[in-house]
Design a protein around this ligand. Structure first.
Ligand code: AMP
Ligand code: ZN
Length: 491
């Protein structure tokens, strides 16, 4: 197996719009910061996909024996709604909870969900409210350098001044200042700002704003973009290797982070910017306002109006990894059922690996297969290609069992080590227990029976539809007809 000493990895740097060789700032070390969730409600599956993409990246670096420091924050203040209300404050009013109770509730939910999907926790998980002092220090420095100005208890970043001193606001997102001006909202302190593209570093708190802290500019709260600059540079240094997040954060969030850090420290903070693409649901953007959204627990329990059955979190993980992290992935019944089938085909082969017998000669080049697995990951973490290679190995294992192919003892051991490294350690997948697989088969069989009963009812064949229900009931399976179709309970 390889280490970073004998491996070359290319990754797509959003800052330059191309794949580049990964050369860390300090040999053998990787510093990676990923924007975490705003903990004002339950994470949706789209959020999970982004965090999972960076989980594989983190896992691969660790496999290559880099010493990784992975920082992923919790946004527990400063992220505003369109009407300038703090998302967490708003939720605390709706739920009649303290803002910090809201934060605790949804942080626990977030951790629980990511554990189900088998994500490795970050090494540091800092919170915005835990770093108010650091954020105030950054603002003081920017004011001192005249890159920020105070108006009526709020402080704004001066984009024109920054650009006139060599900054390039818009470099990451490729946006021009004129477009940004056209797209700014009326709210967000427009009346106070020198220019519409300026953004808030500190906002004066109105009397009803609950989440507030004292500062040199009076009582207020930090702007959302500032927390990530404060926390990333505190734990990873003024310059660090990788900054990640979803595509939707490129502008304005990440653009502002670059400006804030460059303005303060005079250098570009991040060597490689990485952006993960979105998850859509049945071809449409996931969005709470249109109802086109699904929570992890709804997919995992089958309790939703989109999917006919429940899915195991590892199957969902596998489904996510079958797409490249920079491609849009659409979640649909058909796609996830196909992924589940593939997953079981793959795992039933992998399960046979320990009992395969060695031969005198090898008919399959294991080393070449391992090289191809590395090539896939070294090509900007191409997990779909890696998974395709696993289907080749599933075929090989089945053929080894049938004695249509052979491997020497040494090759067989090499294959077992590689399967362990790529399947468990890097992709973070697992074999599922027999109990789960049996209950999945039961789910599938029940779906067949429910479909047949529905067909009988459509044809007004009441005798048959009743017989199906009654005989199931005799064997302890109760059918329940509801608005969203028929489900079953086991007595
Ligand atoms: P938020 O809590 O809204 O700040 O989002 C947390 C992370 O999830 C960010 O990196 C977002 O870019 C990402 N994200 C939000 N919606 C989606 C989606 N539909 N698909 C993938 N990632 C998403
Ligand atoms: Zn961030």
């Amino acid at each position: 197996m390889r280490t970073y000493q004998n491996n070359t990895l290319k990754l797509f740097n959003s800052l330059h719009g191309k794949k580049e060789d990964f050369v860390p700032l300090h040999k053998g070390f990787v510093g990676m910061y990923v924007c975490g969730p705003t903990v004002y409600n339950k994470v949706h599956l789209g959020n999970c996909r982004t965090f999972l993409s960076f989980d594989v990246i983190n896992r691969y670096f660790r496999h290559l024996k880099y010493k990784v420091r992975y920082v992923r924050n919790i946004t527990d203040a400063g992220h505003l709604l369109d009407n300038d209300e703090d998302k967490i404050s708003r939720q605390s009013v709706l739920e009649k909870l303290e803002p910090m109770e809201v934060v605790q509730k949804y942080t626990l939910d977030f951790h629980k969900v990511l554990e189900l999907f088998n994500l490795i926790p970050p090494d540091i998980e800092p919170t915005a409210t835990g770093h108010i002092v650091e954020q105030i220090e950054l603002i003081k420095e920017l004011v001192h350098k005249e890159l920020a100005y105070e108006v009526n208890g709020s402080v704004y970043f001066d984009v024109n001044k920054y650009n006139s001193e060599g900054g390039n606001y818009g470099e990451l997102s490729g946006r021009k200042i004129e477009d940004m001006i056209a797209n700014t909202r009326d709210l967000d302190g427009q009346g106070e700002k020198k220019n519409p593209q300026d953004f808030a570093l500190w906002k004066k708190a109105s009397p009803e704003h609950i989440m507030r802290w004292p500062s040199p500019w009076g009582n207020g709260f930090p702007g959302w973009h500032l927390e990530c600059t404060a926390m990333s540079t505190k734990y990873l240094g003024k310059q660090f290797d990788i900054h990640g997040g979803g595509m939707d954060l490129k502008f304005p969030h990440h653009e502002c982070e670059i400006a804030q850090a460059r303005g303060t420290y005079g250098e570009d903070p991040v060597k490689y910017w990485m952006h993960a693409n979105m998850l859509t649901l049945n071809g449409q953007k996931m969005s709470k306002s249109t109802g086109n959204t699904i929570l992890p627990e709804e997919l995992l329990t089958g309790n939703n109006s989109f999917f006919e059955k429940a899915f195991h979190p590892i199957v969902v993980r596998f489904f996510f990894l079958q797409a490249h992290y920079r491609s849009i992935l659409d979640l649909s019944d058909e796609a996830i059922i196909a992924a589940e089938k593939g997953f079981f085909r793959l795992t039933s082969a992998i399960e046979k690996l320990p009992s395969v017998q060695a031969s005198e000669t090898s008919s399959f080049d294991v080393q070449e297969w391992i090289n191809q697995c590395y090539d896939a990951l070294n090509d900007d973490f191409n997990t779909p290609v890696l998974i395709a290679l696993f289907f080749d190995v599933a075929k090989l294992i089945n053929n080894l069992e049938l004695k249509n192919e052979t491997l020497t003892h040494a090759d067989l051991e090499e294959l077992k080590t590689a399967v362990h490294a790529f399947f468990y350690d890097i992709l973070g997948l697992e074999l599922l227990s027999d109990t789960f697989r049996d209950s999945n088969k039961l789910d599938n069989a029940m779906k067949v029976l429910i479909d047949l009963r529905n067909k009988a009812r459509l044809e007004k064949d009441w005798a048959l539809s009743d017989e199906i229900r009654d005989r199931l009931s005799e064997s302890g399976i109760i059918l329940k007809d509801g608005k969203e179709g028929t489900t079953y309970d086991i007595e």
